[in-house]
Write a protein that binds this ligand. Structure first.
Ligand SMILES: Nc1ncnc2c1ncn2[C@@H]1O[C@H](COP(=O)(O)OP(=O)(O)O)[C@@H](O)[C@H]1O
Ligand SMILES: [Mg+2]
Length: 598
């Protein structure tokens, strides 16, 4: 009666960094979650050949040995959804970092199991449905004040439809308490605040819409020149130190999305640490409350396994979709998708896949699409308008935009904020280059802007055209110097300088200018273009450009952005009037001089 020497059940046969091969896996399914080794490291099946499965492990495998047991779970990699997500800092597979830190006194330990949400906490729940109501998946059946800033809607889970048989009275409940019983054709279903959703699958919606509302970010070069739409997708490519992280922080802080999901794939070792330190200190500018009261952070520090980085963007987007389904506008920021793509490359190499361009797997484009295509402006299953906006930073080596990640990303986004190394070196921030950037949402959001300012499109086009003409004139200047240009062309150089310094440059650190309200953006642009239009008339009438340049209020126009805050528009209007008066006076004076000469 000898015991069989063979271990019962699936076992590890090969380990290559984060990639583990297990035998005895005939019953495993693709993308099924497994627990590897005695420590129960979390992994996902990514390939099955015969009875062998290749597993991508999300935790450090250094202590793992062949022969270790593997346990299948029968479920795909999923996140927990429910009140308590907001304000959390998670790793790529939704393990709460502060919770783990508290328990183990350090960063995550291998096989450490901490629930993504607190199962003991009581939430004050208010039902919005009654017995006898008919319900379907995605409908709101109750509300919970999750944070001061977020009213959480508890939703009927996917695939549940029927009649409400019982509803909990308003009161305090944990995530697993039964809040309602729904009578469905398949039997009674108990509803709790806690749901799960597989991260690689998008959550259902009723309908997708053309993007029509701008995501107001308070950054002039973005909102006025290259606007993002609520439900749009955009990229911020830029070399090292050009401002990707600062720009994304500005967007996270200021954009008018109700929920922010920030996925950090640290560029430098300590960058994520600074995010983890800084974000909890940031204030929501509108309410003065901590920004974390409407934010979820997903942090991949550089010492975490690459597989966790690979899955983190899907974890982040799934959490975003969940809040979208509650009828909210959500913005997702990923910094940087290049680090994420490098995780893909490393995993593909371990899997011995045939590499495509620069060693990236041939699936790079598909994988990027699977991320960006989950954004959009929608009607939720409950019939509410809502959106997920996605902005990914890209860090091409050497700032060269022809590399594969930037190139493939371009196919799936419609807003491209190109950060320029020369501008960053000249300390022109944000270093978003006005000639290399574009937004295909400008037309979509024009109607919204024109309700605030009927001349918005006209101002925008005129300013962009001026900057394009300036670029061509600069080529001439480089060849022959500025002196040969006629005043009408030198006026363009002069106004372009004011546009760049007095409008496009915007310091993230200037108290008054860090956020520029839409009305102020229009007022500033109109002010500068008044100087241009009237100046052009004067120059055409023979007034020397020098006299326009020397108008007493020109310096005030240049510094208006930092002089007048968002609540000082009347003062800005006064400056506008002063400028017009000075231009009128100059016109009269030159007319007089003209008569005297003649
Ligand atoms: N909008 C801005 N306003 C002021 N300074 C900026 C701005 N954007 C970038 N910077 C400056 O550029 C530096 C590098 O920016 P960062 O976002 O860290 O670059 P990246 O993430 O591209 O490597 C910042 O520390 C800051 O000094
Ligand atoms: Mg950065």
């Amino acid at each position: 009666m000898n015991a069989s020497p063979k271990a019962a059940g699936p076992t590890v046969v090969r380990i290559s960094g984060p990639i583990v091969t297990a035998a005895g896996m005939r019953s495993a399914a693709m993308y099924e979650v497994v627990h590897v080794g005695a420590a129960g490291l979390v992994g996902e099946v990514v390939r099955i050949v015969g009875d062998r499965a290749t597993i991508q492990v999300y935790e450090d495998t250094t202590m793992l040995k062949p022969g270790a047991p593997v346990r299948c779970t029968g479920a795909p990699l999923s996140v927990w959804l429910g009140p308590g997500l907001i304000g959390n800092i998670y790793d790529g597979i939704q393990r709460p970092l502060p919770g783990i830190q508290k328990r183990s006194g350090a960063w995550i330990q291998r096989g450490e199991k901490v629930d993504p949400l607190d199962l003991t906490k009581r939430w004050t729940f208010a039902p919005v449905m009654r017995c006898g109501d008919t319900v379907r998946a995605g409908q709101v059946f109750g509300e919970v004040q999750e944070t001061e800033l977020v009213r959480h809607r508890v939703l009927i889970p996917s695939q549940v439809a029927g009649k409400v048989k019982s509803v909990a009275a308003p009161g305090d409940y944990t995530l697993r308490d039964t809040l309602a019983v729904i009578e469905t054709p398949g039997g009674d279903r108990e509803i709790t605040m806690l749901q799960r959703w597989p991260v690689r699958e998008s959550r259902p919606i009723r309908e997708r819409w053309r993007v029509s509302l701008p995501l107001i970010t308070g950054q002039r070069v973005i909102d006025t020149f290259f606007p993002m739409g609520k439900g749009g997708a955009g990229a911020i490519p830029g070399g090292f130190g050009t401002g990707k992280t600062i720009t994304q922080h500005q967007l996270a802080k200021w954009s008018d999305a109700e929920i922010i999901v920030f996925i950090g794939c640290g560029e430098r070792g300590n960058e994520m640490t600074s995010v983890l330190r800084e974000f909890p200190e940031l204030k929501d500018p509108r309410s003065g409350r901590p920004l974390m009261e409407r934010t979820i952070l997903i942090a991949n520090t550089s010492n975490m396994p690459v597989a966790a980085r690979e899955v983190s963007i899907y974890t982040g987007i799934t959490l975003a979709e969940y809040y979208r389904d509650q009828g909210l506008n959500v913005a997702v920021f990923a910094d940087s998708t290049s680090r994420w793509a490098e995780a893909l490359r490393e995993l593909a190499a371990r899997l011995e896949e045939m590499p495509a361009e620069e060693g990236f797997p041939a699936t790079l484009a598909t994988r990027l699409a699977q991320f960006y295509e989950r954004g959009g402006a929608v009607t939720t299953l409950a019939g509410q308008p809502a959106s997920v906006t996605i902005v990914g930073a890209v860090s091409p080596p050497g700032g060269d935009f022809s590399e594969p990640v930037t190139q493939h990303t371009r196919r799936f986004i419609r807003c491209f904020w190109a950060l320029d190394t020369e501008l960053a070196n000249a300390r022109h921030y944000p270093a978003i280059h006005w000639l290399q950037s574009y937004s295909e949402y400008a037309e979509n959001v024009a109607a919204w802007w024109e309700k605030q300012a009927p001349d918005w499109s006209e101002l925008r086009t005129e300013a962009l055209t001026l900057l394009q003409r300036e670029e061509r004139l600069q080529q001439v200047v480089r060849l022959v110097g500025p002196d040969v240009l006629p005043d009408s062309q030198r006026l363009i150089l002069f106004i372009a300088e004011i546009l760049k310094d007095g409008f496009l440059a915007q310091s993230a650190f200037h108290e008054k200018d860090t956020f520029c309200a839409p009305e102020r953006q229009v007022a500033l642009l109109r002010l500068i273009l008044t100087l241009y239009r009237r100046g052009r008339d004067l120059v055409e009438a023979g007034v020397p450009l020098g006299r326009v340049r020397e108008l007493p209020c020109v310096p005030a126009v240049l510094h208006a952005k930092e002089t007048f805050g968002n609540d000082e528009l009347p003062l800005l209007a006064e400056l506008d009037q002063r400028l017009r008066d000075e231009l009128d006076a100059l016109a009269k004076q030159s007319a007089r001089e003209g008569r005297q000469d003649g």
